[in-house]
Design a protein around this ligand. Structure first.
Ligand code: ADP
Ligand code: ADP
Ligand code: ZN
Length: 209
């Protein structure tokens, strides 16, 4: 099954994807996570995208499309995938359609107020990328990852100025994908407001898995 997770920053896409990976046995491909790993490694890609991401803007389509095309050509993605954070623009969606046939697009339905609350408290493990929240999902020990012992930190793009910019970018460039995929009959809406376990249930019901 080839799935896209579509929704505003902080909707819970990465959190649900971590659960869906276990249910569906598919790889979770997050463009944001790939960019953060490149930044941590100080690779040429990382050096190119760091300032853009920290400012809450989008990496250019050409770079992002080439990255995803390469990733989807790898062996583990042939049986399907969960694509989280891509596409984020209409040109990205059009490019994707030319190299992979997506089965369903899961649209995370959530108001801005919840998104702000989730982004404001988000913490992430620098080493393994596991998500936490300072209120809803705290690590057992403050600042330390439960799964790997890595440092749990606040992403630079989760700071207030970048968050405003990212929500604006979402509205202008990414939200039009809802209509794009609805028009193709691929969109499934999932109520992303409740607690994680209930969102997992909503996802299972919507997808029939
Ligand atoms: P979010 O929590 O907003 O869903 P992500 O981890 O998906 O964040 O992405 C973090 C940042 O990486 C984005 O704000 C953007 O700068 C960059 N990025 C991720 N995916 C894409 C994409 N498909 N196109 C352009 N930029 C992207
Ligand atoms: P996205 O990948 O869409 O940007 P995340 O999965 O990183 O979103 O979630 C954003 C923040 O909200 C994280 O701190 C996460 O722990 C928290 N979160 C995710 N889903 C829920 C939920 N259903 N209820 C409360 N908090 C949640
Ligand atoms: Zn970790």
């Amino acid at each position: 099954m080839k799935l896209i997770f579509l929704g505003p920053p902080g909707a819970g896409k990465g959190t649900l994807a971590a659960k869906a990976v276990e249910i569906l046995k598919l790889p979770h491909i997050s463009t944001g996570a790939i960019f953060r790993a490149a930044i941590a490694a100080k690779s040429p890609l990382g050096l190119k995208v760091k300032a853009i991401i920290d400012a809450g803007k989008l990496v250019d389509d050409e770079t992002t499309i080439a990255l995803v095309k390469e990733r989807l050509s790898q062996a583990d993605a042939q049986k399907g995938y969960i694509l989280d954070g891509f596409p984020r623009t209409i040109p990205q969606a059009e490019a994707l359609a030319a190299f992979s046939a997506v089965d369903q697009v899961v649209n995370f339905d959530i108001p801005d107020s919840s998104v702000l609350e989730r982004l404001g408290g988000r913490r992430v493990c620098r080493a393994c990328g596991t998500n936490y929240h300072q209120v809803f999902n705290k690590p057992k020990q403050d600042g330390v990852c439960d799964s790997c012992g890595g440092e749990v930190y606040t992403r630079d793009d989760d700071k207030a100025e970048a968050v405003q910019k990212r929500l604006e970018v979402y509205r202008d460039q990414t939200a039009p994908l809802i209509g794009f995929y609805r028009g193709k009959g691929l969109l499934i809406d999932v109520d992303a407001r409740p607690a994680v376990e209930q969102v997992v249930e909503n996802f299972r019901k919507a997808l029939g898995v």
